[in-house]
Design a binder for this molecule. Sequence first.
Ligand code: HEC
Ligand code: HEC
Length: 332
Amino acid sequence: VFHALLALGVGAAWLTGDEAPAIGWHTAAGYGVAALIAFRLAWGFVGGRWSRWSAFPLLRRAEGPGHSTTAAWSALAAIAIVAGLVVTGVIVLGGEELRGPMAGLPDPSHAVVMHSVHSALAWAILGWLGVHLAGVAKQSLAERQNLARGMVDGKKRTSEPGVPARAGVAALLAASAVGLVGWTGTRELPEVGNPLPADPIYDEACGECHLAFPPRLLPAASWERTLDEAGDHFDEDLALDPDVSAHLRAWLVANAAETRIDEHAVRAAPIEGAPLRITETSPWKTAHQGIPDAVWENPDVKSRVRCKSCHPDAAEGRFDGAFAAIPSPEDR
Ligand code: HEC
Ligand code: HEC
């Protein structure tokens, strides 16, 4: 049962890939697989006799109906690859999508490397699958029994009396794993772990009249210019104290688009001419081009600059399109 679910979970993750809108399902499959791995590791201590780690014939010759030596190493390799996929996946999710436990990753450039590792491991598991299927076919012929069936029901034909695996417990755990995947796949995940970078002085100085826009939305030169021209900020004089201004400059530059690797920041970083408006940059326009004019005229939106009308998590620095709630022109 574990085997079937794991294959299903990894298969689902493979098929959904990292392209929106399937990313929600991809991460759900990833979390499900993580739960399965955790379960399998625990099952190795409390499970049926042949499932136990102590029964894994890694160094000695295999005996009885459990895994053969090759199969034991092969299973361990698969578990290691999949565990690696989960860990690198969570790091990539944090760096590129700003979600999950690693969202506030201190140095997002790690996620670039991790993305390559993640992809490499994904190919590795595919390669492993090829070898695995060939091995199973060969063994099935040699032993004249259908080993594939044993992977579904966990049984193997043998002349020895079997030790009953704790089928009830296994079924319960399997059901909860499926439930977890369904649950995480269908809803917005609660955010755990690191919050995105924030600075209380910035929030106070720049969050009074509009959202304290996340610095990753504009390149550093834009923020420098905003501060240089703070005396005439869209007809307002921000009258910034020099100390505050210096602090803001350091913080904005340290967190500007150039320093991040999420999709928006990557597109915003090379923008030239230091635009003062996020809403006039190409990545912003591209993300919002599908929104009908009527929405912008909606009195609940009024201005493009009011990000919070449509992005409930804007204050935390998140703008995931999937969760943006456009107030429809009808409900006023
Ligand atoms: C006294 C009010 C006020 C404060 C304080 C303020 N702003 Fe603004 N800001 C405005 C107004 C007004 C606009 C134009 C809004 C509009 O077009 O609807 C604006 C627009 C912006 C925009 C462009 C929004 C867009 O994409 O169209 C950015 C970026 C910005 N402000 C950054 C800052 C930063 C950084 C600070 C802190 C140093 C700051 N603001 C503080 C009033 C303020
Ligand atoms: C009228 C509602 C509305 C307003 C106001 C609005 N947005 Fe959006 N925004 C959306 C929608 C809807 C999407 C998703 C578009 C899509 O997925 O095709 C989106 C997408 C985005 C994205 C891309 C999200 C991603 O995951 O790639 C960013 C970044 C973003 N908005 C930032 C902002 C900022 C910053 C502001 C304020 C300056 C703002 N938005 C104002 C509706 C709005």
